[in-house]
Design a protein around this ligand. Structure first.
Ligand code: EPZ
Length: 427
C-alpha cells in the first residue's frame, strides 16, 4: 500500500487548483442511467471513487468513454451512455467497496421500473442506514423488499406514481436518490426537509439540463413534475468545496498564503466564517478564494450541521488545524456517530484532544512531532496530512487509498505550493 511522507515546516504559498467535487460527481454519474442519450460530464475529478462508479455503470450496460486530456490537466471529460440497460442489479462486491453505489437505486427504478441493490453496510464513520432512501421511494409509489442483504425495488406498472415525503432527518444521499427517481414519475413528487447541499443543486441543475422539471432548487422543498423521458446533456461538475476547505486548513496551520483556484465562496460560507474565527485572512479573488495566516490559529467552537451549516466533511481537517492553535477549541459532531477516528492518530503527533461522546476539546500545543500514522477514512486521512505539514520532522501517512478516494493528485498540488511531500509507492 502506498505511503505519503511529509517533512513538515514549509509554509504553503501559491495557487492550488481545486478539482471537480467528488460528492457532486458521484450523484451526477448515475444520471446517465435516466436516458438513452449520452451524458457528458466535464471537470470530472480523477478519483478512485469516480473510477469505481464508472465500473458500476458499465456493469449495468452504460458505456463510459473518457475524452483525451493532457496528463498535466486536472479533471477529465467522461461521456456515459445507457442506450439500453443490460442489468438492474448493483452487486454486493461493488457496493461494499463504495457506498455511493446506492445512488443507482433511484435512477434504475425510474428508468427500468425495478432495481436490485446490495445494502451498502456501514463504514468507519457510522452505520450509515438507508431507511430514508427507501421511505422516500415508497412515498412515490415504489414497492420495496429486503432480502438476503439486497434491496429489491419495483414500480407497479413500471413507473412511479408520484407523492409527497417529508424527511425526518436531512439526508444528502436519500434526497439525491429520491430526486433521481422522481424525474420520470407519472405524477408530481414533493420532498420536504430535503438536503440543500450545493451538490444537490448541481444534481438538480444537471437533471434540468436533461429536461427534468424541478422547482425549489437550493431550498428544503423540492417539487418535481415527472416527465416521460429525459435527453442527454453536457454538464460541468461543480468545484469541490471540501477539497478547497481542506487546503485552506493546510494554509492556516503552516502560516501560509494560498489561492484556491476555482473555489466558490458562496458554496462554503460556514467554512470561510470558521477560518475567519480562527484568525485567517479570507478574501474572494477573481480566480477563487485567498486564505492567508500569520501566527497561531485562534480557538474555534464548531458544531457540524446540514448545509448551510458547518460541514461534517470539514470537521477532521479543522480539528487538525486547531491542534497548533492557541487556547481550547470545541467541536461537536452531530451528523455521524463515529467521526473522531483521526483523534488517536493525531494524538501520536503530540496533539491534546479530549473526546467526550459527540464532542471533542482540542487544546492548542506549541508543536507537533512527525510520526508514522494510519489513515482510517477519507477526511481523517486529510487531517493527518494537514498536521504533518506543520509537524517537526517526518510524518508517514499509511493506507493512503483512503485519501485517493477524495483528493485528486494531492501531493502534486501541495508540492507546487512548497510542501515537502512525496508518495512512496509500495509497488
Ligand atoms: C453524503 O453522505 C456524503 N457522501 C458524505 O461525504 C457527507 O458526510 C454526508 O452526505 C453528509 O453531508 C456523498 O455525497 C457520496 P446523509 P450520505 O444521508 O448521503 C443518517 C465524504 O467524506 N441517515 O446526509 O450517506 C446518517 O446515518 C463523505 O465525502 C439515516 O439515518 O449522508 C447520518 O447520520 C463522508 N438514514 C445522517 O443521516 C438514511 O437513510 C446524514 O447522512 C440516510 C442517512
Amino acid at each position: 500500500m502506498d505511503q505519503i511522507v511529509i517533512r513538515g515546516g514549509q509554509r504553503l504559498k501559491g495557487r492550488i487548483p481545486i478539482s471537480g467535487a467528488k460528492n457532486a460527481a458521484l450523484t451526477l454519474l448515475p444520471c446517465a442511467l435516466l436516458t438513452d442519450e449520452p451524458l457528458t460530464l466535464r471537470n470530472l475529478p480523477r478519483l478512485a471513487d469516480v473510477d469505481g462508479f464508472g465500473h458500476l455503470l458499465n456493469q449495468l450496460g452504460c458505456s463510459t468513454t473518457i475524452e483525451g486530456s493532457r496528463p498535466e490537466d486536472f479533471g477529465r471529460v467522461m461521456t456515459a451512455r445507457a442506450t439500453t440497460l443490460t442489468s438492474t442489479v448493483a452487486p454486493y462486491d461493488i457496493v461494499r467497496k463504495m457506498r455511493a453505489s446506492i445512488l443507482v437505486l433511484g435512477p434504475l427504478l425510474a428508468r427500468a421500473g425495478e432495481a436490485t441493490v446490495s445494502l451498502p453496510g456501514g463504514c468507519a464513520i457510522g452505520n450509515r442506514p438507508i431507511d430514508l432512501h427507501l421511505k422516500a421511494l415508497e412515498a412515490f409509489g415504489a414497492e420495496i423488499e429486503l432480502a438476503s442483504g439486497y434491496v429489491k425495488a419495483s414500480a407497479p406498472g413500471g413507473r412511479l406514481a408520484g407523492g409527497k415525503f417529508t424527511f425526518p432527518v436531512v439526508s444528502v444521499g436519500a434526497t439525491e436518490n429520491a430526486v433521481m427517481a422522481a424525474v420520470l414519475a407519472k405524477g408530481t413528487c414533493i420532498l420536504e426537509n430535503a438536503a440543500r447541499e450545493p451538490e444537490i443543486v448541481d444534481l438538480c441543475n444537471c437533471l434540468v439540463a436533461m429536461g427534468a422539471e424541478i422547482d425549489g432548487i437550493g431550498t428544503e422543498t423540492l417539487t418535481i413534475e415527472g416527465v416521460d423521458r429525459l435527453h442527454g446533456a453536457t454538464y460541468r461538475v461543480m468545484a469541490d468545496r471540501i477539497e478547497a476547505g481542506s487546503y485552506a486548513c493546510a494554509a492556516v496551520i503552516t502560516e501560509g498564503d494560498v489561492e484556491l483556484v476555482g473555489a466558490k465562496a458562496d458554496e462554503m460560507e460556514a467554512t470561510l466564517a470558521a477560518l475567519r474565527e480562527a484568525g485567517a485572512t479570507v478574501e474572494e479573488t477573481k480566480a477563487g478564494i485567498r486564505v492567508a495566516m500569520s501566527g497561531r490559529a485562534q480557538p474555534v467552537t464548531l458544531s457540524t450541521a446540514p448545509y448551510p451549516g458547518f460541514a461534517t466533511d470539514m470537521q477532521a481537517q479543522f480539528m487538525a488545524m486547531a491542534t497548533l492553535g492557541t487556547g481550547a477549541s470545541l467541536f461537536t459532531e452531530t451528523i455521524f456517530e463515529n467521526r473522531y477516528m483521526h483523534v488517536p492518530e493525531l494524538a501520536r503527533m503530540g496533539c491534546d484532544i479530549d473526546v467526550r461522546g459527540r464532542s471533542a476539546v482540542v487544546r492548542g500545543v506549541e508543536k507537533l512531532i512527525g510520526a508514522p500514522v494510519m489513515a482510517t477514512d477519507l477526511r481523517a486521512s486529510m487531517s493527518l496530512i494537514i498536521a504533518g505539514l506543520a509537524a517537526e520532522g517526518q510524518t508517514e501517512v499509511n493506507r493512503v487509498y483512503h485519501l485517493d478516494r477524495g483528493y485528486e493528485r494531492l501531493e502534486e498540488k501541495l508540492q507546487a505550493v512548497g510542501a515537502d511531500i512525496e508518495r512512496i509507492s509500495a509497488g
